[in-house]
Design a protein around this ligand. Structure first.
Ligand SMILES: [Zn+2]
Length: 314
């Protein structure tokens, strides 16, 4: 019976995808797409040193004795995934093939009812850290007593645990940005769950915090990812404004282009979440300058965008 229902679902899905395939193609051209900046993550965790001990409670849960490499294993943890349809899988270039049925953010900025992207002000968020460039950003914000938001990669936290703890000690908002930055809709349910569970465990083992919010790499967010995230108590935070700061690294975009965009948003009275990155020094420089353009808007995304009394961790 269950398998029959599964076949029927797949059949209906295929029909609908065929119907809407062509209309969605155009939206793909305008999609909000994040950097493919995972090259720096293509290494073995064993090749780096981490000072985060593998905690006894995690050994008890996982049966493992050390942090996993990239692509962490799924660990059965009592979270029920069996009622979540396992698919469709697709990569970023095919995001819009699946947009109608699945509310795919990186195709046409489709947002679910619980997704967060709006704010009362223009606020800065930084993805892909912590990195060795992050302390300069932390020092700057500390000097002006400004709080911002960081969406951290688990493997980066293991590489730079002291910097992650400093982010927490300085009162910044810390959200989850997966363990090794995959495009989540291309993964199985268990692989997606593994990205959440291991990053939660890393953040907990490093700074004693369990996040309530996450940002999907590349904006790869659909209803399947949302559902699995919710099982882990995670609410998606996306963005309204892409600074495209990463395009200054290897492309023709300049830092001045970023400043011009941000200045225009501010002068137009726009509000909302701005996407930036802190995985290298030049982007930290841009983040500091953008902060100056925005002024001392000291708000973190969870507090300003939804429930002001809600803590960002538990
Ligand atoms: Zn990212």
């Amino acid at each position: 019976m269950e398998s029959t229902a599964r076949y029927v679902s797949v059949f209906v899905l295929l029909i609908l995808q065929t119907l809407f395939f062509y209309t969605d193609r155009t939206a793909a051209q305008n999609g909000s797409i994040e950097i493919n900046n995972t090259d720096f993550l293509n290494f073995s965790l064993k090749a780096i040193s981490t000072t985060v001990p593998f905690p006894p409670w995690l050994r008890a849960i996982t049966g493992l004795t050390e942090w996993p490499d990239a692509n962490p294993p799924y660990i059965s943890d009592g979270v029920n995934l069996t009622d979540i349809f396992d698919g469709p899988y697709y990569e970023q270039v095919n995001a819009c093939d699946n947009a109608f049925m699945n509310c795919v953010f990186d195709c046409n900025n489709c947002v679910g009812p619980d997704d967060i992207l709006q704010c009362k002000e223009l606020v800065q968020t930084f993805d892909d850290g912590p990195s060795d460039a992050t302390p300069r950003l932390l020092n700057f914000f500390n000097q002006i007593q400004k709080k911002v938001s960081f969406f951290v990669i688990g493997i980066q936290v293991l590489m730079f645990p002291d910097i992650f703890r400093q982010e927490h000690a300085n009162g910044h908002f810390l959200g989850l940005h997966t363990y090794n930055h995959p495009y989540l809709p291309g993964l199985t349910n268990q692989q997606i769950a593994a990205q959440f569970q291991w990053t939660i465990w890393v953040m907990n083992a490093t700074a004693g915090v369990v996040p309530r919010y996450f940002r999907p790499p590349y904006g790869g967010l659909d209803n399947r990812v949302r559902t699995i995230a919710s099982r882990y108590g995670l609410t998606p935070i996306v963005w309204q404004w892409d600074s495209n700061d990463w395009r200054t690294v290897n492309e023709s975009r300049t830092a001045q282009d970023v400043y011009t965009d941000v200045t225009n948003w501010k002068q137009a009275g726009d509000t909302g979440i701005i996407l930036e990155h802190d995985f290298q020094g030049s982007l930290v420089d841009i983040g500091i300058r953008v902060s100056s353009i925005l002024g001392n808007v000291s708000t973190v995304v969870s507090a300003n965008c939804k429930d002001p009394s809600a803590p960002w961790y538990r």
